[in-house]
Design a protein around this ligand. Structure first.
Ligand code: NAD
Length: 301
């Protein structure tokens, strides 16, 4: 069944996700602040609209894939300058799916405001990287009502492989933050281990192959290797362009540390990982893929 969808945020993740929905036969109107991204979406068979408010008013489903909490708040609730947000424009009963990684309390705030307006909303952040977005193999971590997830599931299945219901509104974001804190720590550890082997004269491919069959194996090593020359189709093979930005990882580690502070959880490695990514970002690497932490040789911490 074809659904009328508006997809907002056509970046590294949103563009391939929206393309998968368009390819599956849905009428997908894409929007991004960067006109070049919208042009790319239209060139690949997507739709665009001069009148975004009208497209949202006509949509059965609105999906957002935006950088951080403030972008999601602005998009749904509107701006202080009086620009109307999605909640003021969507038709009654429309289903809203936010796939961005944001603070759980912001996800709850926006979902509660949606409910007040007779709209349905789930938080559905993803894991799997840009390759997972392009291949339609993402993992979705969903927070919200079970019946709203049931309504969203056919669409999520066209963008991903594993769909988990984590709990009520905001829970998808909480589990996503746990995952990304672990990922940030693993990427640093993997980089350090490969660098140690290389400093001792070993071939990084050999070090990686051995660890991938040993107890140090993990996703950063086996799927997203940070050392240039080990894999072909990863950001490390293209000067760390594309992929998942250092500043987005820094944002997620910030969310993890804040959440730990609020809940009393102890996350010393999460805190250290945040410091290391902060040093890396301040050295000018904020726009590079997060696996470029491999280049951080002498951190000032
Ligand atoms: P990105 O920076 O590549 O894309 C974000 C897009 O949103 C940009 O094109 C930007 O122009 C657009 N945008 C910002 N504000 C907007 C607005 N008000 N209206 C319309 N468009 C707007 O980021 P990304 O890598 O695609 O990540 C998006 C989200 O997904 C982030 O929350 C990130 O943490 C999360 N995420 C990313 C990855 C990854 O591998 N890149 C993996 C999992 C989750």
């Amino acid at each position: 069944m074809s659904t009328n969808i508006v997809f907002i945020g056509l970046g590294n993740m949103g563009l391939p996700m929206a393309q998968n929905l368009a390819r599956a036969g849905h009428a997908v109107t894409g929007f991004d602040l960067m006109p070049a991204s919208v042009r790319q979406f239209v060139a690949g068979g997507g739709l665009s609209s001069e009148d975004l408010a009208a497209a949202i008013a006509a949509a059965d489903v609105v999906i957002t894939m935006l950088p951080a909490s403030r972008h999601v708040q602005g998009a749904y609730l509107g701006t202080p300058l009086g620009e109307a947000g999605i909640l003021a424009q969507a038709k009654k009963g429309a289903l809203l799916i936010d796939c961005s990684t944001i603070a759980p309390e912001v996800a709850r705030e926006v979902a509660a405001a949606a409910l007040d307006k007779g709209l349905r909303m789930i938080d559905a952040p993803v894991s799997g990287g840009t390759a997972g977005a392009a291949g339609g193999t993402l993992t979705f971590m969903v927070g919200g009502a079970a019946e709203d997830l049931a309504g969203a599931r056919p669409l999520l299945e066209q963008m991903g492989k594993n769909i988990f219901h984590a709990g009520p509104s905001g829970s998808g974001q909480t589990v996503k933050i746990c995952n990304n804190m672990l990922l940030g720590i693993l990427m640093i550890g993997t980089s350090e281990a490969i660098r140690l082997g290389v400093a001792n004269g070993l071939d990084p491919k050999v070090v990686s192959d051995v660890m991938a069959k040993s107890s140090g194996r993990n996703w950063a090593l086996e799927v997203y290797n940070p050392c240039p020359g080990v894999f072909d189709n990863v950001p490390a093979a293209r000067d760390y362009t594309g992929g998942f930005g250092v500043d987005l990882m820094l944002k997620d580690l910030g969310l993890a540390v804040e959440s730990a502070g609020a809940s009393g959880a102890s996350v010393p490695l999460g805190q250290l990982a945040r410091q290391l990514y902060d040093v890396h970002s301040k050295s000018g690497a904020g726009g590079l893929d997060f696996s470029s932490i491999y280049r951080l040789q002498h951190p000032a911490v």
